[in-house]
Design a protein around this ligand. Structure first.
Ligand code: CA
Length: 235
């Protein structure tokens, strides 16, 4: 790890066991970890320290995670800091609420350390605009094949032309089936964090992607009020 500048991560979580797992795995990767046991402490830590990333539990004593996220994303000084929510398994409604108030991504408890570190790195990379190494893996699902090395999509055995934006959006969705991506996360990935694009423009790209997917169009699912996810018929 390049030690030129240690990236700071604030963890807002009230369960000491989870804080310990998070802190251990992230420190080992070279991050500077700052824990806070409740929402109020977490919020002041974030506004004082301006970390590179916030890991945010939703069920917190006092100020809850949603309120912390709302404040953070509503404040000019902190709105660009990415937030990963930490939610209990199966609480899809929490995920929807959290992404709805501006969280960038989420992980569900119990998580593996490997998954945690991968999510943190992906979100930090998106934030830094280092997009090209986000995902280089090809995707093979039913009759869909996505090959990033050749920038090629095959549907039912035929090559279909996708624009760069469409390709990046489809590839990100299909690389993580079932994961709900906010419109902002898809845009950041497809266009880069500094691009000036309107939130809803993602819907235009999604419509184009669906049209090109033909018989597989329903694999790209809308999650109302939040964004999109990819689900194959075998999922
Ligand atoms: Ca909690």
């Amino acid at each position: 790890m390049n030690a030129a500048r240690q990236e700071k991560i604030v963890i807002i979580e009230d369960e000491p066991d989870i804080v310990e797992v998070l802190a251990y795995n992230l420190s080992r990767e070279g991050y500077n970890v700052l824990p806070a046991p409740d929402g109020e402490t977490g919020w002041s830590l974030v506004s004082d320290e301006r970390p590179d990333l916030v890991l945010l539990d939703l069920m917190l004593p006092g100020l809850d995670g949603l309120e912390v996220c709302r404040r953070l994303k509503g404040d000019r000084r902190t709105s660009s800091i990415p937030v990963i929510m930490v939610t209990a398994k199966g609480e899809e409604s929490d995920v929807v609420l959290g992404l709805g108030v501006g969280a960038d991504d989420y992980i569900t408890k119990p998580f593996s350390p490997k998954e945690l570190v991968a999510r943190v790195k992906a979100v930090l990379r998106r934030g830094h605009g280092r997009l090209d190494d986000v995902t280089q893996e090809s995707v093979d699902l039913d009759s869909l094949r996505i090959d990033p090395s050749r920038h090629q999509v095959t549907v039912d055995g035929s090559v279909v032309e996708f624009t760069r934006m469409e390709f990046r959006i489809l590839h990100l969705l299909a690389s993580d089936p079932g994961h709900v991506f906010s419109r902002q996360a898809l845009l950041d990935h497809a266009a880069g964090p500094d691009a000036v694009v309107i939130d809803r423009s993602i819907d235009v790209h999604i419509n184009a992607i669906r049209k090109k997917l033909g018989s597989l169009r329903d694999y790209v699912r809308t999650v109302r009020g939040v964004g999109y996810k990819f689900e194959s018929k075998n999922a």
